[in-house]
Design a protein around this ligand. Structure first.
Ligand code: NDP
Length: 439
């Protein structure tokens, strides 16, 4: 039932999952008997709150804060916090819903949740970011905890913001505990967490391609975004011998046929927090294309010929026209680092054409899986090496690929990982909900 137009992203995500579940529901009437569908689309709890803070000019600012605690059948609520002006209740609800199935697919004990604010970190001073994070936490702290709800980063929230939020949490509860993941490695973070989502999306592409007797080696790849996920997607592509030639932000894109200069990109985005126009200034061979110059109705990244595409920016950034452009130019693989970056029509085309398509809830699950590894290290007071974490990440991505492929094969469409991921994730959560009774 669509009851609110403002929840369009949530309906989009829910429709995709529910469509995939048709064959499963026919085979397993117990899910209908227990009204699992009706229950799973309702969050267990939603928290909406006001965030007051004071900017550098002494002006009072007011933002909205959200945390959706969607499903705890498999473990504490787990999912990132997003700071972006486009955040609203519907966006957080869609992200929380996706998170339930993604987290289930990892095979780890984590439930689904998501949070955020319409606060725009762009152009804010470091002190403004700190004051906002502290104000946000003065309400959120009472709802979270290492065994209750464990947030992490997402768009606009990286190690700096997590540090400020954790600091305030610790002060308010007077306990030092693993309530956040994505923490600095100096005080409780896990080696490999920063890299995990991007690395994981590339491992997932590798496993999809291995199964088809293909490889990324020597192949041109396009990447969208230039944040955490995009940067470490590019890094892992280089490790596997591929050539990533694009990155983008909300204002435009870079095409660098020599391969994106990773060190420069990291310096600009992680240290100096600059726009991509700076990249073009320092690399005369690279081309900067502002979004006004993209072909109408398209994302310029997907007009660039490539073997594989890694959408790593945001939801609905790749539409049907983009999907057609990719296929027309010979693209054989799409692995989604972002959440729901492809529109439903684009997804249908990828599935129909049977390309190696890894939907976000499978392909980008490496981030949350490594967050769970951070929780495990915090709980047992041990610290694993980067190599240990990376090896576990790679194995988890292989397991997710195998699990999704197995479920897709059971229902007669072995290459349809949308079907496979949705069914496999749902089944784990639904079975746990039945066993735990009507709560
Ligand atoms: P960052 O904030 O580090 O980077 C986001 C990037 O995407 C920036 O380049 C940003 O450009 C661009 N972007 C964001 N919103 C828009 C928009 N509306 N239009 C165009 N470009 C946009 O975020 P992450 O890299 O962490 O997240 C990227 C995606 O990956 C998101 O979908 C997130 O949910 C998903 N994800 C992240 C995980 C993680 O571990 N971080 C885990 C799993 C999924 P600009 O700077 O101009 O805004």
């Amino acid at each position: 039932k669509r009851t609110s137009p403002s929840q369009c992203e949530f309906y989009q995500a829910a429709e995709e999952v529910l469509e995939s579940l048709r064959p499963l529901m026919q085979k397993h009437p117990e899910y209908r008997h227990h009204k699992i569908i009706e229950r799973i689309v309702e969050p267990e709890r939603q928290i909406f709150f006001r965030v007051n803070w004071v900017d550098d000019n002494g002006e009072i600012q007011v933002n909205k804060g959200f945390r959706v605690e969607f499903n705890s059948a498999l473990g504490p609520y787990k999912g990132g916090i997003r700071f972006h002006p486009s955040v609203n209740a519907g966006v957080i609800k869609f992200l929380g819903f996706e998170q339930i199935f993604k987290n289930a697919l990892t095979g780890l004990q984590i439930g689904g949740g998501k949070g955020g604010s319409d606060f725009d970190p762009k152009g804010k001073s470091n002190n403004e970011i700190m004051r906002f994070c502290q104000a946000f936490m003065t309400e959120l702290y009472r709802h979270i905890g290492p065994n209750t709800d464990v947030p992490a980063g997402d768009i606009g929230v990286g190690a700096r913001e997590i540090g400020y939020m954790f600091g305030m949490y610790k002060k308010l509860v007077n306990r030092y505990e693993g309530v956040f993941t994505g923490k600095s490695i100096n005080w409780g973070g896990s080696l490999g967490r920063t890299q995990a989502t991007g690395y994981g999306a590339v491992y997932f592409a590798k496993y999809m391609l291995d199964a088809r007797g293909k490889s990324l080696e020597g192949k041109k790849c396009v990447v969208s975004g230039s944040g955490n996920v995009a940067i470490y997607t590019i890094e892992k592509l280089y490790h596997l011998g591929a050539l990533p030639i694009t990155c983008s932000d909300s204002k435009g894109m870079i095409i660098d046929e020599d391969g994106i200069d990773l060190e420069l990109l990291k310096e600009l985005k992680e240290v100096r927090r600059e726009r991509l126009t700076e990249y073009a200034k320092q690399k005369p061979n690279a081309k900067y294309i502002p979004i006004e110059e993209y072909e109408e109705g398209t994302n310029g990244v997907y007009s660039v010929p490539c073997f594989a595409a890694f959408p790593s920016a945001t939801q609905n950034e790749l539409n049907l026209k983009d999907a057609k452009n990719l296929l027309a130019n010979g693209c054989e693989c799409v692995s989604e680092g972002a959440n729901m970056p492809s529109t439903p029509e684009a997804v249908d085309l990828f599935v129909e054409e049977k390309i190696a398509y890894g939907p976000g809830k499978a392909a980008n699950a490496g981030g949350v899986a490594t967050s769970q590894l951070e929780m495990a290290q915090n709980a047992s007071m041990v610290k694993w090496t980067f190599e240990e974490v990376d090896a576990k990440l790679s194995q988890i991505m292989k397991d997710i690929f195998d699990t999704a492929t197995e479920a897709a094969s059971e229902f007669g469409e072995p290459t349809n990982l949308v079907l496979g991921a949705n069914i496999a994730g749902f089944k784990k959560v639904a079975d746990a909900m039945i066993e735990q009774g009507l709560v």
